[in-house]
Design a protein around this ligand. Structure first.
Ligand code: AMP
Ligand code: MG
Length: 368
């Protein structure tokens, strides 16, 4: 299939630039488009046949439900059999924005969208391109991240094309995404709001508005099944094995591990914050990705850099862990999965194994 490509011009009106993409969507085709979190793989969310094409394009397991995206607040009402006061309060506080609500589904939702759940996931994005496209489609758009299942989510149009060229109807290029990690998913069907996937709206922000918020136990404990079906899969995985260094001296640990890996003869990808990067030696076999100064920069760059390591064909990846506060919770949720839970802690000059594998080049140096 020919994949059409539309590069948006910032200073021209949006609607005419989006009309042919919207037409494809209305005809039941799949079109990728930017949102403030990551690029979405869109299809008419009330057309089951169109939504099935999303699963085929991504190679997505059929038990992993889709999020429906709306372009105005009230568009959620026909999609649900009823909103709790909790849901209404969250909508008022955080929509439009990077928050997805789990609500009881209504009759009009195709089976394929909810993958057999009694609930449906709904989000009202803030990105103007996403909103215009949904409006032009005239109905909600189902839109999971526009990557092949299991790979890091795309945060720019080139990364979408890498996975989807020849497979989908088109790609709308609106530049790089602001936030860089997926939306926060909140279950609103119980007594308290429960975070099923951490994201751009942080636990602290929800706590402030709602007074209470819980984390799905499946997020923290490896023995519990996550409530969001998609969270059980190994996601966001680069090609090379990845090891995460966490703890109070994570940056120092990354530097030490990088030097050891290079001495072992490996081509090493390093994903670390500015301050750590400044202290790394600049040699040919070190591929250094400077994730930026703070959490927001790290979130924004994370997936692009994981994909860059694939392009550079590194042998091993070392990532610097950050504290799980604020956006750090979402970042660490994704990074730990990327690393297949290969986690070392570096503290007072010593490596300790937290979980997963210990890399060969550190064998004998790690306290198990
Ligand atoms: P993606 O669109 O790729 O960001 O993935 C959507 C995420 O939302 C997956 O982790 C799904 O499992 C989750 N999700 C979608 N619908 C539901 C639902 N009804 N209940 C729980 N999780 C859901
Ligand atoms: Mg995804």
């Amino acid at each position: 299939m020919e994949t059409r490509y539309w590069k948006l011009k910032k200073d021209e009106p949006l609607d005419p630039q989006l009309e042919s993409a919207a037409k494809l969507l209305r005809q039941g085709e799949v079109v990728a488009f930017p949102t403030e979190t990551v690029y979405g793989l869109g299809a008419d969310g009330l057309n089951g046949e169109a939504c099935r094409k999303i699963f085929a394009a991504k190679g997505r397991p059929a038990d992993n439900p889709l999020i429906l995206h709306i372009s105005e607040m009230d568009q959620i009402r026909p999609l649900t059999s009823g909103l709790s006061p909790m849901a209404e309060k969250l909508m008022a506080a955080f929509w439009p924005g990077p928050m997805t609500l789990i609500v009881p589904k209504s009759e009009i939702i195709p089976e394929v969208v909810t993958a057999g759940q009694e609930t449906v996931a709904v989000r009202f994005p803030s990105d103007p391109v996403a909103r215009a496209l949904i409006r032009l489609n005239g109905r909600p758009l189902a839109a999971p991240s526009a990557n092949k299942s299991g790979k890091p989510s795309p945060t720019n149009a080139q990364d979408v094309l890498q996975d989807m060229e020849g497979i989908i109807g088109g790609v709308v290029d609106g530049g790089a995404c602001d936030i860089g990690v997926e939306s926060t998913i909140i279950d609103t069907t119980g007594k308290e709001p429960v975070i099923l996937r951490p994201g751009g709206i942080t636990e602290e922000m929800i706590q402030e508005v709602m007074g209470a918020v819980e984390l799905d136990p499946g997020l923290v404990s490896p023995d519990q099944k996550p409530k969001a079906p998609g969270m059980k899969y190994r996601h966001y995985a680069p090609k090379a094995p990845m090891f995460l260094v966490e703890g109070p001296e994570a940056g120092l640990g990354v530097i030490r591990a990088a030097v050891m890996a290079e001495a072992w003869g490996l081509k090493v990808g390093v994903l670390a914050l500015d301050e750590t990067v400044q202290h790394l030696p600049h040699t040919a076999r070190l591929v250094i990705c400077d994730a930026g100064k703070d959490m927001a920069a790290l979130a924004e760059n994370l997936y692009t850099e994981l994909r860059e390591f694939d392009r550079q064909q590194v042998d091993v990846i070392l990532g610097e862990g950050v504290p799980t506060q604020g956006l750090g919770l979402a970042i660490m949720n994704r990074m730990r999965k990327s690393a297949g839970h290969n986690i070392l802690v570096y503290d007072r000059g010593l490596f300790r194994k937290q979980s997963g594998q210990v890399p060969e080049f550190l064998q004998g140096m790690v306290v198990e």
